[in-house]
Design a protein around this ligand. Structure first.
Ligand SMILES: Cc1ncc(COP(=O)(O)O)c(C=O)c1O
Length: 296
């Protein structure tokens, strides 16, 4: 098998688009559709496939070095891709205090998939894109390693996510996506002939600039009709509130679908709240992008 022939992984593309009955939308004349990117691949679900695919082709079987926190879905997906396609992976993990401790289940999965884990202190981690810091990290990695940034978000990732927008064009009027680094939104909005709503799960208001920069790098300038709604981070990354927990449990019970809590739950809460605020005109078809799996 060609090490970078990703078709061997048989991604489920285009991902299914499922209408769901939900009276919180129906009562305002709105249709809710779930864009099931979580079903694209069991080990590279959701935006992981979309963001990694073109990067893995560019790496073409070379070792891949990337970055993440102790519970990073991106690290897990990269490690799984390395196992499935047979290329080495190196994960630079935030927090040198983790070295020498038992690995949490997420990092244990990375290690079991063959990823070499290197724990770095937070200052080094923050400075990871500075040339001297990156050079020092690369010097310890296998030769010729291909670097994928934290969260997998770079120009190729945004290009990969544009396909998500193209799949939705003509089938939905609004697309909603949860945002961490903004790469998925940058690409989705570029490919989608409708309005895109980004729901940041981190506090800080920095995302607007990040999305613009990614679109500039990927497409040469601003693309698509997108906006952010900063009200639904529920305290920041990994934070939750009783309202969010109750909402996610209720959504799961209504629709028989496990909801990923760090990102997807916040985006769905945003949509239900916006429907309640009558933010969408009657007749609007709203596609909620299920960017991750609630089962892992
Ligand atoms: C499940 C899930 N949804 C959404 C996102 C946000 O993606 P991005 O970092 O491209 O904004 C992530 C992070 O990669 C994620 O793991």
């Amino acid at each position: 098998m060609d090490t970078y022939d990703l078709s061997a992984l048989r991604p489920r593309l285009p991902s299914p688009l499922e209408p769901v009955e939900d009276e919180r939308f129906a009562r305002h004349g709105l249709t809710l559709l779930l864009k099931r990117d979580d079903l694209i691949h069991p080990d590279l679900p959701g935006n992981k496939w979309r963001k990694l695919a073109l990067n893995l082709r560019a790496a073409a079987g070379r070792p891949v070095l990337t970055f993440g926190g102790a519970y990073s879905n991106h690290l897990r997906a990269t490690a799984a891709a390395g196992r499935l396609l047979g290329f080495p992976t190196i994960g630079i993990v935030r927090g040198d205090e983790l070295a020498g401790r038992p690995l949490n289940p997420s990092l244990a999965r990375c290690a079991a998939d063959g990823m070499r884990l290197e724990f770095v202190d937070r200052a080094t981690y923050r400075a990871k894109h500075e040339p001297t810091v990156l050079a020092a990290l690369l010097a310890r990695a296998p030769e010729g390693a291909y670097v994928v940034p934290e969260g997998g978000s770079n120009a190729l990732a945004a290009e990969g996510c544009a396909a998500l927008g193209r799949e939705l064009s003509g089938r939905a009027d609004v697309a909603a996506v949860a945002c961490g680094t903004g790469g998925t939104l940058a690409g989705l909005a570029a490919g989608f002939a409708g309005r895109t709503l980004g729901v940041p799960v981190l506090k800080g208001g920095f995302l607007d600039g990040e999305v613009r920069a990614l679109q500039e790098a990927a497409f040469g300038g601003p693309r698509g009709d997108w906006r952010l709604d900063e009200r639904f981070h529920c305290g920041g990354y990994g934070r939750t509130t009783p309202r969010l927990d109750a909402f996610a449990q209720d959504f799961e019970a209504r629709h028989g679908l496990a909801i990923e809590r760090l990102y997807v739950a916040k985006m769905l809460l945003a949509l239900v709240s916006l429907a309640e605020e009558r933010a969408f005109p009657p007749g609007t078809r709203i596609a909620a992008v299920i960017t991750g799996s609630g089962d892992c």
